[in-house]
Write a protein that binds this ligand. Structure first.
Ligand code: AP5
Length: 214
């Protein structure tokens, strides 16, 4: 099963993609995570991505298309994948369609998760992520047992550089200008499935499982 998670920053795409990945036994492919790993390692891609991400803007299409083209060739994608944060522009969606057609594959579902700006801003500002295992928390909705420490692995929790207030507004603008048109794009192809992202985590997951039949 090949799935795209679509939705604005902070709506819960990563949280739910991680759960669905475990349930379905297929990889979660997050362009944001791949870029952050490159920033951490100081690779040439990471050096290019750092400033753009901190401004809350999107990387050039060619760069992320290249990342995804290589990732989808890996053997763990054979039985399916969950794309989290890609595509984000019509050019990326067209490129994805082309690469999947070449591989004799197609997208089965596009889950569009939605929430209002106030909810998104609150979720982003309270998000904390484990440096070691990547587990996500929220200081208010899903706090760790001990502040700043991951319950799963004991790793340090940190706040993302692009989760500052000014950057969040820019990310929301980028979403509206460049990513929102994909709702129409996939709806026109009969692939769009809507989920209310403002509901509690468990409710959102249940809705997604029902939609995907897993
Ligand atoms: P990326 O990492 O993809 O960030 P994003 O799309 O802005 O999404 P987020 O990770 O902020 O949010 P999310 O929807 O995954 O929410 P989460 O589950 O964390 O991209 C970062 C940057 O990389 C981009 O700005 C761009 O520069 C670059 N980039 C990435 N992909 C690109 C591409 N394709 N093209 C070009 N550039 C690209 O949840 C948020 C918080 O809410 C957490 O604390 C969580 O615990 C909590 N939460 C989740 N669900 C619920 C719930 N139901 N109730 C209460 N709390 C909840």
């Amino acid at each position: 099963m090949n799935v795209i998670m679509l939705g604005p920053p902070g709506v819960g795409k990563g949280t739910q993609a991680m759960e669905l990945s475990k349930i379905c036994g297929i990889p979660q492919i997050s362009t944001g995570d791949i870029l952050r790993a490159n920033v951490k390692q100081g690779t040439p891609l990471g050096l290019q991505a750092k400033a753009i991400m901190e401004r809350g803007e999107l990387l050039p299409d060619a760069v992320v298309i290249g990342i995804i083209a290589a990732r989808l060739e890996e053997p763990d994608c054979e039985s399916g994948f969950i794309l989290d944060g890609f595509p984000r522009t019509v050019a990326q969606a067209d490129a994805l369609e082309e690469m999947l057609t070449r591989q004799g594959k197609r997208i089965d579902h596009v889950i569009n998760v939605q929430a209002g700006d106030e909810v998104l801003t609150r979720r982003i500002s309270g998000r904390r992520t484990c440096r070691s295992c990547g587990r996500m928390y929220h200081v208010e909705y899903d706090p760790p047992s001990s502040p700043g420490i991951c319950d799963t692995c004991g790793g340090e929790l940190y706040q993302r550089d692009d989760d500052r207030e000014g950057t969040v507004q820019r990310r929301l603008e980028e979403y509206r200008a460049k990513t929102q048109p994909l709702i129409q794009y996939y709806s026109g192809r009969g692939l769009l499935r809507e989920v209310d992202g403002e509901a509690p985590r468990e409710t959102v997951l249940k809705s997604m499982r029902e939609l995907l039949g897993v």
